[in-house]
Ligand binder design. Structure first.
Ligand SMILES: [Zn+2]
Length: 233
């Protein structure tokens, strides 16, 4: 005879399948989102341990950073691409938090990062955030904050669309319009502080650079950078 408890469990599993966000295998613990095999297969950079790492070099002459890192290598058609897709387009917020916790764990172990005062997620356009339901950088910050016990400041700056609408735009201007611009709202909140700007992926670094330039207008601000992953092409 089928037990009532079993029926209830299978029913719950149907409604809320508890499977690994990376490979789809059943998870034993309700607390995690990724299985140990997937976590072990994520290609770590360990950049948080090394000054002058490729991320810091990327920003030389562009942005005065105290420290910078991206914790994993992004590769196409891989577990990493799948995870990023889940985070950005599939509404998998819980996965984002788990990835943030992994980042926080690493950053906590590095004295180049563990003395920061606060976390700042790279802002999205308001319309985009509304459509997605969340800002993936904020979700990563939530996971990082859990491990490091740091404050998240998501109202210090915003990202706005450029308003000039010219019919004949150059490539650079069109690009600027696409990426928007960043505006400081509450510079007083981060004055004399060491803040960590957080994003999901670093490719060219142009958006982070634009955001960082705006943050550097704040008096006596120390800026560091951390991304979940790094795509070197
Ligand atoms: Zn897995």
């Amino acid at each position: 005879m089928i037990q009532l408890k079993e029926i209830r469990e299978s029913f719950l599993h149907l409604l809320f399948p508890h499977v690994c966000s990376g490979c789809g295998t059943d998870l034993i613990s309700e607390e995690t989102v990724l299985c140990i095999h997937c976590i072990a297969n994520m290609p770590e950079t360990n950049f948080h341990l090394y000054p002058n790492n490729p991320i810091e070099k990327k920003f030389w002459g562009r942005l005065p950073l105290a420290s910078a890192t991206a914790q994993y290598y992004f590769t196409k058609e891989s577990l990493m691409q799948h995870l990023m897709h889940q985070l950005k387009y599939k509404g998998n917020k819980e996965l984002g938090k788990q990835l943030g916790r992994l980042m926080g764990n690493d950053l906590l172990a590095s004295n180049r990062f563990n003395r920061i005062d606060a976390l700042i997620p790279l802002p999205l356009f308001a319309a985009k955030e509304k459509r997605r339901g969340y800002n993936q950088a904020t979700v990563l910050c939530e996971g990082i904050a859990e491990m490091m016990n740091k404050e998240i400041l998501s109202d210090v700056l915003i990202r706005t669309q450029h308003t000039e609408t010219q019919t004949k735009k150059g490539r650079m201007e069109r690009w600027l319009n696409m990426e928007g611009k960043f505006e400081l709202l509450q510079p007083g909140k981060i004055q004399n502080k060491h803040v960590l700007l957080v994003d999901d992926i670093i490719t060219t670094g142009a958006t982070l650079e634009a955001c960082g330039q705006e943050l550097m207008k704040v008096d006596n601000l120390k800026l560091s950078l951390a991304a979940f992953c790094y795509s070197n092409r």
